[in-house]
Design a protein around this ligand. Structure first.
Ligand code: ZN
Length: 160
């Protein structure tokens, strides 16, 4: 199942090397492959899905190696873990810009959701109310629900 995630163009080997160099990680062949797979797989892949794609090109890479590399990417800020209601299955998000997630309770599909108006609302809420003893930096909503197959009315496009 492919989400309507805006696809990043496939990165060039030079771009991948640069990304790793920028965060101080050595560009090993394994890391390059794992990073590339993370970037080209649609949606929010699991470590298993990344591993699957990596082994198509380099069969000797273990799942443990993929987990370790992904965790180092998270620490380095190249990717994020998706806070997911899906138990122990880790999902990764190559999109490190601020966005929210709509999670389909039936299929576990995770759909990216961006709305500057919503962000403004939340920022304003915290600015007005404040959080005692806490300074928020960022926020990400995790909205669980069900996909509606046929919307009753077609909403006009929100984005001008
Ligand atoms: Zn996402």
């Amino acid at each position: 199942m492919h989400t309507p995630h805006p696809h990043h163009p496939a990165p060039t080997p030079e771009q991948l090397q640069q990304q790793l160099a920028d965060v101080g990680l050595r560009a090993t062949r394994q890391r390059l492959l794992i990073l590339e797979s993370l970037l080209v797989l649609p949606g929010h892949p699991t470590a298993e899905q990344v591993h699957q794609r990596v082994t198509e090109q380099l069969s000797s890479v273990s799942l443990g190696t993929v987990y370790k590399a992904l965790d180092s990417f998270v620490v380095a800020g190249l990717t994020r873990r998706v806070a997911s209601a899906e138990g122990s299955r880790r999902r990764y998000d190559a999109d490190c810009t601020e966005h929210h997630h709509l999670v389909c309770a039936d299929t576990r599909e995770i759909i990216d959701y961006c709305d500057p108006q919503l962000d403004e609302l939340i920022r304003g809420f915290f600015a007005d109310k404040g959080l005692p003893g806490f300074q928020p930096h960022s926020f990400s909503l995790h909205v669980t629900g069900s996909r509606v197959v046929d919307p009753p009315t077609a909403e006009p496009a929100q984005q001008a």
